[in-house]
Ligand binder design. Structure first.
Ligand code: ADP
Length: 262
């Protein structure tokens, strides 16, 4: 194509001078786009055969003279592959660096109510999960992205916390900003891993997260979703003591449902 892209930086240089750096990033951006398209296409193509496989496995499970355990193992692995493919698709959609439309309203109390139901289904009574939600605190942005961000943090808290432990989810006004926080008293994470958690496929304990069905893509999705809302993921954690994952939505994206109704 005939369009090209320059990355320009102006830097202070010496006392009174400025340095102008220009770099042609046309090819780089094209390659990034190709990689994203490729991942999106492959993921999309994998969905159909996986769904077919799953259908046959369900049929097999009902046949006599079949080892139920083996079929179940195949089903579980197919399910894992499907969720990996879903996450790859989500990531390739969210990775595109565009800001969201702040005039699109995300109804947080409804969204969090749904996530609460999903959380109790996933935990299946193994955790004591509480939600504290400011019902009047809405934001502007992309509903799917905010949902992915919140859902991933809640799912992780469930996956990496032992049976019987407590998980607290909070959505509240904090000074000028709106805050989402998930507290768990689970495994915790050693300091050296924390900066790398949002990298694609990065997992602290591969064996452990394979058990939980993790793909290592969840926090990469969270990071990109938040960056489109001028926000970033904050992680506080201590090995063996638990973790807090949170983010703040800046004041200019806050929409109070109370104010609008009045
Ligand atoms: P995964 O699909 O493996 O959960 P994520 O990107 O969501 O991938 O998380 C990356 C890694 O961060 C996980 O494999 C796990 O080691 C660690 N992690 C994430 N959330 C928590 C948590 N609440 N407590 C302890 N470890 C966590």
């Amino acid at each position: 194509s005939s369009s090209w892209l320059l990355e320009v930086r102006i830097m202070a240089y010496g006392d009174n001078q400025k340095l102008l750096l220009a770099r042609d990033v046309t090819r780089l951006r094209q390659l990034e786009q190709m990689r994203r398209d490729f991942v999106a296409n492959v993921s999309h193509e994998l969905k159909t055969p996986l769904t077919v496989l799953q259908g046959y496995l369900e049929m097999m499970a009902m046949m006599p003279n079949i080892d139920g355990k083996q079929v179940q193992a195949m089903s579980d692995q197919t399910e894992r592959m499907k969720s990996l493919v879903e996450q790859l698709l989500t990531l390739s959609k969210i990775e595109v660096g565009t800001q969201v439309d702040p005039s699109m309203r995300v109804g947080m109390s409804g969204l969090l109510l749904q996530l609460k139901e999903e959380a109790s289904a996933l935990s299946d009574g193994r955790h004591n999960i509480t939600f504290e939600v400011d019902e009047e605190l809405d934001i502007g942005g992309d509903e799917l992205q905010i949902r992915s961000a919140c859902a991933n943090l809640i799912q992780n808290a469930i996956h990496y916390s032992p049976q019987g432990s407590s998980i607290r989810v909070r959505w509240f006004k904090y000074g000028d900003v709106a805050r989402f926080e998930v507290d768990d008293s689970g495994d915790g994470i050693a300091l050296e891993h924390i900066p790398r958690l949002t990298e694609r496929f990065y997992r602290v304990d591969r064996a452990r997260s394979r058990q939980t069905g993790g793909s290592g893509l969840g926090l990469a999705i969270v990071k990109h979703a938040l960056s489109h809302h001028n926000s970033e993921l904050e992680i506080h954690s201590k090995l063996g003591e638990g973790s807090t994952f949170g983010f703040s939505i800046p004041a200019n994206l806050i929409a109070s449902s109370k104010r609008e109704r009045a």
